[in-house]
Design a protein around this ligand. Structure first.
Ligand code: C2E
Ligand code: CA
Ligand code: CA
Length: 734
């Protein structure tokens, strides 16, 4: 409630005693009394004070009372002040009439009746207070209207603007004098726009609807107010986003006569909100959706697939050897590559498919309402093709590929996590299948992945728990009829007593990186063994081979450890050979080749293991410092059975002879194989025919003795040879 000051009452009389009598009578009232002794003085007071009522003597020298009344009343500013004439009984009524004509509202006669005067004045005071309260709230309302940050508009039933506060004028760029505009002129309608509210209706449209014919029966349709937002356009063409509320107004008789609208320019807020939303859901680098968005979308897709009984597929993919590209060319190129791949993926997919960057170089795709498996295959193939197109990034030529795992949602057995895990498992399968391919998830992959994980976990404890040992498989020279070397082969008997084959755990260790630690352990273990063997009498010329994964040759670490181990154990490089297998794909060819060169330069022999099986074996021969080729067991196995394989062995031998590379055959189990190999001048033999991998002690025994440990095997071979010759002669004679 407003704190009103006391009302002012003006007493005008030329006789001081008369003024004082009136003042005395009115003294019980809580008012401020001001006196004026003439009409002129009274006018001065009126100019300076706001009066609730004026008590005006009718008969005064100079200006007459009614003349003063007229002057006051003719001024618009003071017209509202009620004036009560004070007359004496003998005054003529003529003067009183003139006063009424001039605007006086009442009169009292002298001698004044105390009660009547007090009551009268009290009434005028009450009226004054009401007036002042009303004036005050109007003033406040005006302050409010003029200063609020919202635009406020009054409109009639046709939408014509009848009132606008300064903010509304500013936002709509209306000249305050020209209210001839209608609200409808400012509303932008986009019905087909995707940004319209979810019900598809433009909320400006709703506003127009409310304002049109419907507003007359707004109450009957139950709408008296409306909140909404939409694009509005100012007279100067500025489009802004408006958040508005609209409230119906009524006449005193209850009839609707228009509406009041409060609106705000929320363009900036909306943009900020949109930016925040974008930031939360999109990846800053590639501008495709992020992991959080993907999860939300996948959840919805799963619900949709269940409801509509449609097929849903998820693809997981990452860029093959991305880490290498990042390390080799720097993060700028890496980032650029991610952006290009994102773009390629988006271009390959339909608009309805969702593609997200899950982090690093990992992407995931949701394919909804998949018609057939072939449809998904086609998309996967398109992605492979598109990604593998050669690129030029900052004038660096780069070739990349991707491995894709695909899983279909199985509503009865899968939740979202299972689906993602399945696609991920399939992606790992694609990686181990040599990359640049796609794989559909199969349940066996799951078992494989779980086993993989278990092995990886157990392996991390194996070295500490002393679960690893090394066996050695002799390499035999047919010419010298004795052991000329051996191959170190790792054995793992796990805590639970299971023998786990290196064929299982080596590839896992290669993938997990555990091969580095494992490799160092083997290296030290073998070198320690050699340092013992070299003290034995028949050690001379004995070469021990260590299997080294390409993964171990990606840095200089292995070479440095090798040098250290040879120094520590006093081993000559010519007694060591490394067998390089191509099982693991490797990221950095450059480092790999230069490491091999450096190891070779130390005097350590280099052998290509499993020769003939890898894709680039022949290519390696040109790039690598190769001393020995090891013909893979799979070819040896087919000797006498597969002429093509026999032919291949002959080709390998021919090539190696021209390049002066030594050859060894592995996996030799039978005399027939031995015979074939000897005939084709393969001198060095490794395989079960002579010996399985054996304990180091058994090798020690052989190195201690003058006698060939393989007498029996050679004997069998010789007699078999003799028999074959006899048989051949026999057939010739026949
Ligand atoms: P690899 O280097 O090709 O080793 C030869 C494998 O063939 C060995 O299996 C050996 O026991 C087996 N073998 C030898 N002669 C015959 C034969 O006449 N008949 C048959 N059927 N098999 C024969 P192993 O020891 O199970 O090793 C499997 C693979 O594991 C190795 O193949 C090698 O790639 C890897 N590996 C073994 N030890 C190590 C190691 O210390 N480091 C690394 N990086 N890899 C190793
Ligand atoms: Ca080997
Ligand atoms: Ca081999």
């Amino acid at each position: 409630m407003t704190n009103l000051s006391k009302s002012n009452v003006l007493i005008v009389d030329d006789v001081a005693s008369q003024r004082n009598i009136l003042q005395h009578i009115l003294s019980p009232l809580d008012i401020t009394i001001i006196q004026a002794s003439s009409g002129k003085e009274a006018l001065g007071k009126v100019l300076n004070y706001d009066f609730a009522v004026i008590l005006m003597d009718i008969e005064m020298p100079g200006m007459k009372g009614y003349e003063v009344v007229s002057l006051i009343h003719n001024n618009q500013k003071f017209k509202h002040i009620p004036i009560v004439m004070v007359t004496s009984k003998d005054n003529d009524s003529e003067a009183l009439y003139k006063s009424y004509d001039a605007g006086a509202v009442d009169f009292v006669t002298k001698p004044v009746n105390d009660t009547i005067l007090t009551k009268k004045v009290a009434q005028f005071i009450a009226l004054d207070e009401h007036r002042r309260i009303a004036e005050d709230s109007t003033a406040r309302l005006n302050i409010l209207l003029n200063n609020v940050s919202e635009g406020i508009l009054g409109i009639d039933l046709d939408g014509k603007i009848t009132f606008a506060n300064p903010k509304a004028l500013e936002l709509l760029a209306i000249d305050s004098e020209k209210f001839s505009t209608k609200l409808q002129d400012f509303l932008v309608l986009h019905n087909q726009d995707t940004t319209s509210p979810p019900d598809g209706k433009d909320s400006n449209g709703e506003l127009i609807e409310l304002l049109s014919t419907n507003s007359h029966n707004a109450t009957s349709i139950g709408r008296v107010s409306l909140k909404g937002h939409g694009d509005w356009q100012s007279l100067t063409g500025n489009i802004f986003h408006s958040d508005y509320s609209c409230e119906i107004t009524r006449k005193l008789n209850g009839e609707i006569d228009g509406a009041v609208l409060t609106f705000k320019d929320t363009t900036h807020e909306k943009e900020t909100e949109a930016k925040l939303l974008h930031l939360a859901n999109f990846d800053y680098l590639t501008n495709i959706s992020n992991r959080a968005f993907f999860y939300e979308a996948l959840q919805k897709s799963i619900i949709y697939a269940k409801k509509t009984n449609t097929s849903l597929a998820v693809m997981c993919l990452d860029i093959d050897h991305f880490k290498f590209i990042n390390d080799q060319y720097g993060h700028d190129i890496g980032d650029l590559l991610l952006q290009i791949i994102s773009k390629k993926l988006s271009d390959t997919l339909n608009e309805d498919d969702l593609i997200s960057r899950m982090g690093g170089d990992e992407f995931a795709i949701i394919l909804q309402e998949v018609p057939t498996k072939i449809y998904v295959e086609n998309i996967a193939q398109k992605i492979l093709n598109s990604v593998s197109e050669p690129l030029e990034l900052n004038s660096i030529k780069i070739e990349v590929s991707t491995s894709i795992g695909i899983a279909f949602f199985e509503p009865d057995s899968m939740n979202m996590d299972d689906l993602l895990k399945a696609a991920d498992t399939a992606m790992y399968e694609a990686k181990s299948e040599g990359r640049n391919n796609f794989q559909f998830f199969a349940i066996e992959m799951q078992d494989k992945a779980e086993k993989h994980q278990r092995v990886q976990m157990l392996l991390s404890k194996a070295i500490l728990n002393n679960e690893l040992t090394v066996l050695y498989q002799p390499k035999i020279s047919l010419l010298k009829k004795k052991m000329v070397g051996c191959e170190a082969l790792i054995r793992w008997s796990s805590e639970e007593g299971d023998m786990i084959s290196p064929d299982i755990f080596i590839p896992i260790a290669e993938q997990s990186g555990q091969i580095i630690e494992l490799g160092n352990w083997i290296l030290n273990n073998v070198c320690q063994q050699i340092s013992h063997w070299q003290t034995l009498p028949y050690f001379k010329g004995m070469v021990t081979a260590i299997n080294v994964s390409v993964r171990q040759l990606g840095t200089s670490e292995f070479r440095q450890n090798l040098v250290k181990a040879m120094n520590t154990h006093g081993i000559k490089p010519e007694n060591i050979e490394i067998e390089v297998t191509e099982t693991a794909t490797f990221d950095d060819h450059k480092v790999f080749f230069s490491e091999l060169d450096k190891i070779h330069a130390l005097g350590v022999k280099i052998s290509i293991d499993d020769f003939g099986t890898g894709h680039s074996s022949l290519d390696y021969l040109r790039k690598m410092p190769v001393d020995i080729i090891k013909i893979d067991r799979s070819f040896i196995k087919d000797i006498g059975k597969d002429e093509e394989d026999e032919e291949l062995i002959r080709t390998i031998l021919a090539i190696s002879r021209t390049m002066s590379i030594q050859v060894i055959a592995e996996g030799v189990e039978t005399v027939e194989q031995l015979l074939f190999l000897q005939k084709n001048q393969v001198d060095n033999i490794q395989g079960y025919y002579f010996s399985k991998p054996i304990q180091a002690q058994a090798i020690s025994d052989a190195l201690n003795s003058n006698e060939s440990s393989f007498k029996e095997q050679f004997g069998r071979f010789e007699s078999h040879k003799a028999m074959t010759v006899k048989f051949k002669r026999h057939t010739l004679v026949m």
